[in-house]
Ligand binder design. Structure first.
Ligand SMILES: Nc1nc2c(c(=O)[nH]1)N[C@H]1C(S)=C(S)[C@@H](COP(=O)(O)O)O[C@H]1N2
Ligand SMILES: [Mo]
Length: 260
């Protein structure tokens, strides 16, 4: 039997050959270009089945050393939410921030940042791969999402974790700016490297990186890692949110499943 890393590398090499390195936006220590773009263009379903068969969704993403951390880390998408409530909170160090956990749970609840910081913490140095073709390595600290979900008691009918964010995207929609949101399934949510991160490089997240709380879901592409999380909603499906595809970027054409 072929060992898994070898198989994965072979798989990656084939994809990587097809894509040249794009402008790397200040990130150093860029290793190979991920298979980002293979996920696009309608092969998501097949890609997912192939990947799961070969790798298993439970596989850990590679973790790096402190010396591998990129000296500058590119910030992408929203970098400074316009929302008045958000701005007021940010001006006071997010003292009044409360994360809402609700939807298909036994006990909906709210968590302050201090309460999140008092929960079990995990620090991980991982590579962020954006679908646009850049990668940066960063150190993240946060609490595993699994613990936050367990405390709420996820109902058996729940299948997805939906993240509602403070930022909106001004994409010319006549009805006004579109709220940013994203979603993952419970398998990804319970992965040991899936954390609600509040620190980057050992310091509270800067606004541009998603303060006060952002998702890290290390086996997926950057667009799944929602920043500026205000509410976590457990749902049976996400068809009634936004355009119904499970996220702002998914509504704009990206695949819902963005495994790497
Ligand atoms: N709320 C929110 N989360 C978001 C985005 C966004 O625009 N808004 N952009 C996504 C994309 S495309 C990427 S690559 C990463 C960028 O994270 P970074 O700014 O920490 O590099 O955030 C993701 N999460
Ligand atoms: Mo991205």
């Amino acid at each position: 039997m072929v060992d898994r890393p070898t198989t994965r590398r072979a798989l990656l090499a084939r994809g990587a050959a097809a894509f040249a390195t794009l402008g790397l936006a200040g990130c150093e220590n860029v290793t190979d270009i991920p298979l980002a773009k293979r996920i696009l263009g309608g092969v998501g379903g097949l890609n997912r089945r192939v990947q799961e068969a070969i790798l298993g969704q439970e596989q850990l993403a590679q973790e790096y050393e402190l010396g591998d951390v990129s000296t500058s880390f590119y910030a992408n998408g929203s970098t400074d939410p316009d929302d008045k409530h958000y701005k007021a909170m940010a001006a006071k160090g997010f003292d009044s921030y409360k994360l809402v956990v609700d939807g298909l749970v036994e006990h909906p609840y709210e968590l302050t940042l201090a309460e999140l910081r008092a929960m079990p913490a995990r620090t991980q140095i991982t590579r962020h791969d954006c679908v646009e073709g850049w990668s940066c390595i960063g150190q993240w600290t946060g609490t595993p999402l699994q613990g936050v979900l367990d405390r709420a008691g996820v109902k058996p009918t729940a299948r997805y974790v939906v993240f509602h964010c403070f930022d909106t995207m001004d994409d010319g929609d006549p009805s006004g700016p579109t709220p940013f949101y994203g979603s993952i399934d419970l398998l990804a949510a319970r992965h040991p490297q899936t954390i609600l991160a509040y620190d980057k490089g050992g310091k509270p997240l800067e606004v541009k990186y998603g303060a006060p709380l952002r998702l890290r879901v290390e086996r997926q592409l950057g667009y799944k890692m929602t920043k500026y999380i205000r509410r976590i909603q457990l749902m049976e499906d996400f068809k009634d949110i936004g355009q119904g595809k499970g996220g702002y970027w998914e509504d704009s054409g990206y695949q819902w499943y963005a495994g790497i």
